[in-house]
Design a protein around this ligand. Structure first.
Ligand code: ZN
Length: 139
């Protein structure tokens, strides 16, 4: 196993690359994730011709801000940048939870199988009466 250790850990550095360079890689990956979310949101909005914020936008926000927080804490050590990325993960995770709950609350039409918005009384596609999930489960 010494050969593996020597391959990964070379001259006291992972793959012989300076820690500073690894930090830069993390920072640039964070920038790429954070910046790409605008294109994801723009594409989704253009596709539906109304303003929408897809789940991918919140995932990219979360990943990008956490990578940039790591870069700021371990490499840049700039308090302004650290503060900028210290807390935004809270609303990102909250929005992902709300997205998931909203998706789970959709009702499947027993007539045609189409997914209908939460709390719908009738299927928007075929008109079949929908039974809310809370009415069908006993627990
Ligand atoms: Zn239906």
């Amino acid at each position: 196993m010494d050969w593996l250790t020597n391959l990964v850990w070379h001259n006291g550095k992972p793959f012989g690359v300076e820690w500073r360079v690894w930090g830069e890689v993390v920072g640039w990956l964070g920038n790429a994730a954070f910046f790409s979310r605008f294109f994801v949101q723009w594409y989704a909005t253009e596709k539906l011709k109304r303003v929408v914020v897809p789940t991918a936008f919140w995932w990219l926000s979360l990943v990008g801000s956490l990578l940039l927080l790591c870069y700021a804490v371990f490499c840049d050590k700039n308090k302004v940048i650290i503060c900028a990325y210290a807390l935004p993960w809270i609303p990102y995770i909250r929005n992902l939870v709300i997205h998931r709950r909203h998706s789970a609350a959709h009702l499947t039409c027993p007539g045609c199988g189409v997914l209908c918005p939460p709390k719908s009384n009738f299927c928007f596609s075929c008109g079949t009466r929908l039974v809310a999930a809370t009415e069908t489960t006993s627990c």
